[in-house]
Design a protein. Structure first.
Length: 60
């Protein structure tokens, strides 16, 4: 999956709250923002969740 840089302007209070949440979940700020965006997109039906990985016998 290719990733693109995107400049984001965000309110200081929102940024601080996101940083605290990211710290609590041991994520970077960037990973937290991407996680939250993906969750919102899944919930709205705008992005399909990834298919679960099928584990076959002998795959250890």
């Amino acid at each position: 999956m290719a990733k693109k840089a995107y400049p984001l302007r965000i309110d200081d209070k929102v940024l601080a709250a996101l940083q605290g949440w990211a710290d609590d979940e041991l994520r970077s700020m960037n990973a937290q923002i991407e996680y939250l965006l993906r969750q919102a997109l899944y919930q709205q039906g705008r992005l399909k969740p990834p298919l679960p990985k099928v584990v076959q016998e002998g795959d250890d």
